[in-house]
Design a protein around this ligand. Structure first.
Ligand code: ATP
Ligand code: MG
Length: 448
């Protein structure tokens, strides 16, 4: 780490706006350090997501040093300085009082002590301060050593720190997933799963999403299962963990799918319905209808975690239809009906999920993958040349059906539209108003 050109090389990794901000504070006579995720990521040769500075200058002072600074959370000492490409958050050194609610400190104070500021941070690797101009690295909790050993470890007593803020328990596993680090054993012993009820659904959602879309979700998920945090966060996973092989398969499916929010969540939840639907037939297990039960369980989870409606709908469609028959010899009509049921927008994701599901299943024959590839090719061709994919794409609407048949609004209208849809999907060339009306006239009287 300490090769001769180390500091010069380090400065080259830092955007000039950030160096400018550091220099401005230094020239005004203050201490100024990079803190939080940035020093950690720089020392790991990763690109930092955001640039946080800590200083002994008070927020009022910081505002006068940067023309377009605005208070982000002035009470907590943070001033944001926007530049064209990025923004720099500058926070006055602070220390915190007790956390009597398990979420937030009772008070925060400004302090002249950098060490006090670092001591309130969650993990040793996140408690390193770096001054790249004066070439100083401040590391009172051996964060650099933890980085070298690839360990996530709390600053101070684990149970105390998790007790102050239960969200840190999720962050403990999230960082293992994003960095591929191990969790320190003593730290994991401090996990108290029951405390997680203090954390809001939104914050659980955001941390779990970061964990799921990370490069090493397996590390985070297995740790959460081992410590009991996973079933505390999502009780539905208690049964998944009890079902032999199911959690392992779930994790393998998550790892095998592209790291996008909807896809990773769908993989995570796709077999939630299996424990409740298991039946033994001869020497085989079956899980008939587990995708439907799973979609119901998943809906409850997504609701609790306050997922936005659009993402939730995508995840639920994937869970609900992940058992679709991927038969390369399926008729065009059946293929079209599948697309109509699942939704055009979900087809790609559904194929991804099926592929990951196969990858995550031990002993799947190569034939299954080539069958899926053929099936995907047919779907793609169909989607490229096809227009009749949903009821709304039909050349007639409900009003026209009612008028033509002389019927009143009611469920019958929907049934007739379904029937027309079925007929049109047999041959998309039929999707013309006069052909459909002719079909309605000649299909034989089929009164309610
Ligand atoms: P990311 O790459 O996700 O941004 P990060 O380490 O920068 O990781 P942030 O949530 O941006 O994480 O927080 C910035 C810093 O603030 C952390 O590095 C840590 O020092 C401190 N911190 C954040 N959340 C907590 C917490 N719940 N308890 C204690 N310290 C925290
Ligand atoms: Mg950050």
């Amino acid at each position: 780490m300490w090769r001769p050109n180390w500091w010069r090389r380090l400065r080259r990794q830092i955007p000039e706006e950030v160096l400018f901000a550091l220099n401005r504070l230094a020239e005004a006579g203050y201490e100024a350090y990079l803190v939080g995720g940035a020093p950690r990521d720089l020392l790991l040769d990763r690109t930092p997501e955001d640039w946080d500075l800590a200083t002994d200058a008070r927020p009022e002072k910081v505002k006068t040093l940067f023309a377009n600074a605005w208070p982000l959370g002035e009470k907590f000492g943070t001033v944001r300085v926007p530049f064209d490409r990025l923004e720099v958050d500058i926070t006055t050194f602070r220390e915190e009082g007790a956390y009597s609610d398990g979420r937030r400190p009772d008070w925060v104070n400004f302090t002249p002590s950098l060490e006090a500021d670092l001591a309130r941070r969650d993990f040793t690797m996140n408690a390193i301060a770096l001054d790249p101009l004066r070439e100083k690295l401040v590391d009172p909790f051996a964060g650099v050593q933890a980085l070298k050993r690839r360990l996530v470890k709390t600053v101070g007593e684990p149970a105390v720190r998790f007790g102050e803020d239960a969200l840190r328990m999720l962050r403990f596993y999230r960082f293992q997933a994003t960095l591929g680090f191990r969790g320190d054993r003593e730290t994991e012993k401090g996990i108290t799963p029951g405390l997680i009820t203090k954390v809001s659904g939104e914050r659980i959602r955001d941390e779990l999403t970061k964990l799921l879309v990370a490069s090493f979700p397996k590390a985070g998920l297995e740790g959460m299962a081992r410590s009991g945090l996973l079933p505390a966060v999502l009780p539905e996973f208690g049964a998944v963990l009890a079902e032999p092989g199911l959690f392992r398969h779930t994790v393998a499916t998550v790892q095998a799918i592209k790291p996008a929010t909807g896809l990773r969540w769908a993989a995570f939840l796709h077999d939630l319905g299996k424990p409740r639907t298991r039946v033994v037939q001869g020497d085989r297990l079956h899980y008939y209808g587990h995708e439907k039960v799973g979609a119901e369980l998943a809906a409850a989870i997504l609701e609790r975690l306050r997922f936005p409606r659009k993402v939730a709908e995508q995840i639920l469609a994937l869970v609900r239809w992940h058992m679709f028959p991927a038969d390369p010899w399926m008729t065009d009509a059946a293929l079209r009906r599948l697309v109509a049921r699942v939704g055009k927008e979900n087809i790609k994701g559904l194929l991804e999920l099926r592929r990951a599901d196969l990858v995550g299943t031990p002993g799947v024959a190569a034939r299954a993958f080539s069958g899926l590839t053929q099936f995907a090719a047919r779907l793609e061709a169909l989607l490229a040349g096809e227009t009749v994919l949903s009821l709304r794409d039909l050349a007639v609407n409900g009003h026209e059906v009612m008028e033509f048949l002389g019927i009143q609004p009611g469920p019958r209208v929907g049934e007739v539209l379904q029937e027309i849809f079925h007929w049109v999907t047999e041959d998309p060339a039929r999707n013309r108003k006069e052909l459909i009306l002719e079909y309605l006239a000649t299909r034989g009287n089929n009164p309610d």
